[in-house]
Design a protein around this ligand. Structure first.
Ligand SMILES: [Zn+2]
Ligand SMILES: [Zn+2]
Length: 412
């Protein structure tokens, strides 16, 4: 064996010297799963062997004590010979099966009890914004494998005889003995000849071609809880396919997708809405009806409201999932609309108002800043072009939220 500096066992397992045996075991499982030969990306034979050796010592109280006192010298010769162990013989083993057979020594079998359940199924359920807020019951219909009624799941015509499978002598399973450094292990898998049923059917059922299962529609009523958000998964136990040879049903997973609303923008438990108000309303204050998920509500606009002001309507947001009595808020952003076209009368009133308030609309010649710095061609029209941009900056919070939601929806 080439003389190599051996790494510290604790370091390999990334645990401290004070770690409990549970912590060591947990770390080993995690690392073994990564390095396992079935793991195409991270499977690593050398590292796996190193890890196995470290675990063999640290999982044994006596060996661990010796290692703690004398280091690698203390446990020399008491570990398995890892150099001769055939890593690839583990391919196809589940890691838990593998760990089961680790260090236990001797002869072990792992046998699944009973036939396997059917596959899990997925379903995408689209619901409206308000349905997500308040919850809803939806009827869905999915196609899934169920027992064939003609043969009651046996796969055979009524008068058909069944013959015991010769490959597995009726057990439905075949065994394979695997020898490796930790001893013998038996791998049990489904019999390829009879697909695990243990028998062959003389006359297969015509309805299901001997499979015993058929795709049929099933109806489910799905209770979507209040406060659900897009991407949430609802599990319907036994809503999936029926398993073969009497195996149970898999599960059904419903992925809820919430449609966007024209006015309401959701951010977790809060709901945002933009509301335009007039000049006069902003200045004088008053009342408006504002749309909420609970219907229109009276909103008092305070006198002197600035454009962009956000008013919080407490507890009119989205109910908390699984605790619907607690609700988020609705946030109303008020935007003051500047009139674009003015009638002659309106223009006069604005001019009067400006006069009363002592607001001058122009400047005397001597008050004007250095004209050389301003290009003469700047007209009033071009100036007003910049004003809406300033307003847009006031709206940036809402716009950012809208943006955030859009990009979220795109990436899903
Ligand atoms: Zn059938
Ligand atoms: Zn068989």
């Amino acid at each position: 064996m080439p003389s190599m500096t051996k790494r510290d066992y604790y370091e390999i397992l990334e645990v401290s010297r004070q770690s409990s045996s549970e912590e060591i075991k947990r770390s080993f499982r995690l690392k073994a799963r990564n390095l396992h030969p079935d793991n195409k990306n991270s499977g690593d034979e050398a590292a796996f062997k190193e890890l196995a050796e470290a675990y063999e010592v640290l999982s044994d109280d006596q060996k661990r004590a010796l290692y703690d006192r004398y280091g690698h010298e203390g446990v020399k010769g008491s570990t398995h010979s890892f150099d001769n162990f055939d890593f690839s013989s583990f391919a196809g083993f589940g890691i838990d099966e593998l760990i089961e057979s680790f260090f236990g020594g001797g002869f072990r079998t792992s046998r699944r009890s009973g036939p396997e359940p059917g596959s899990h199924l997925q379903y995408e359920l689209q619901i409206d914004f308000l349905e997500a807020v308040f919850g809803v019951e939806k009827k869905i219909s999915i196609k899934r494998l169920q027992e064939c009624e003609e043969c009651k799941g046996s796969g055979a015509e009524p008068e058909s005889k069944t013959i015991t499978c010769s490959t597995c002598t009726g057990t439905g399973q075949v065994q394979q003995v695997i020898n490796s450094w930790f001893g013998q292990s038996i791998r049990v898998s489904e019999c390829p000849s009879c697909q695990g049923s243990g028998k062959h059917i003389e006359k297969p059922c015509r309805g299901c071609h001997g499979i015993g299962l058929l795709k049929k529609n099933s109806d489910f009523t799905v209770k979507v809880p209040a406060g659900i958000d897009s991407g949430t998964r609802i599990r319907v136990p036994s809503g999936g396919d029926k398993g073969r040879h009497g195996g149970g049903f898999g599960d059904l997973f419903i992925f809820v997708m919430v449609k966007e609303h024209e006015e309401f923008i959701r951010d977790g438990e809060n709901i945002f809405i933009k509301q335009n108000i007039s000049f006069a309303l902003a200045a004088l204050g008053g009342e408006i009806n504002i749309a909420t998920v609970d219907g229109d509500k009276l909103l008092k606009v305070p006198a002197g409201t600035q454009s962009g002001t956000v008013i919080v309507l407490k507890s009119l947001g989205v109910p908390r999932l699984n605790n619907p009595s607690r609700r988020g808020d609705q946030l109303v952003q008020l935007n003051v609309e500047t009139p674009i076209k003015l009638s002659k009368e309106e223009r006069n009133l604005f001019e009067q108002l400006a006069q009363i308030r002592g607001e001058r609309l122009g400047l005397d010649k001597e008050e004007k800043s250095d004209q050389k710095e301003i290009p003469k061609k700047v007209s009033g029209k071009e100036k007003t072009k910049t004003d809406p941009q300033i307003n847009k900056m006031d709206n940036s919070i809402i716009d950012k939220i809208v943006e955030a939601f859009k990009s979220k929806a795109d990436s899903v």
